[in-house]
Design a protein around this ligand. Sequence first.
Ligand code: THU
Length: 132
Amino acid sequence: MNNEDLLAMAEKVMQRSYSPYSDFKVGAAILAKNGEVYTGTNVENVSFGMTVCAERNSVFTAIGKGDKEFVRLALVTEAETMVPPCGACLQVLKEFADDLEVIIKWKNGCQTVTLKELLPMAFDYELKVGKK
Ligand code: THU
């Protein structure tokens, strides 16, 4: 799965975003170690705090399908500037992929960064040894 194809999947799911309150569409496609791809988009709610980001929806779908090892995430918005994942999503991504590569695409640009760069001092804890 090359970056262009992964970004295309993120872009496609971004079009299905349910974001009537922010009018900000986000699409995510996460590539598992075994080659499977899981997509997610942001889903908002009139009770704003119920909103779930695209990145977390993609990870949660993967977990439900039995995949929890990831190598790359493509993230697409229609923003004018680069939009990195929010802090909550970074922490969720870190749970499953210490060495994740994140490709971020916006209106007029694209940049690849690592999860470690985005979340250099992440919360971690010994209890995680039981996660597998
Ligand atoms: N959003 C995401 O989907 N991912 C992020 O990392 C940050 C924000 C969504 C949530 C909400 O639907 C909209 O973007 C505006 O915050």
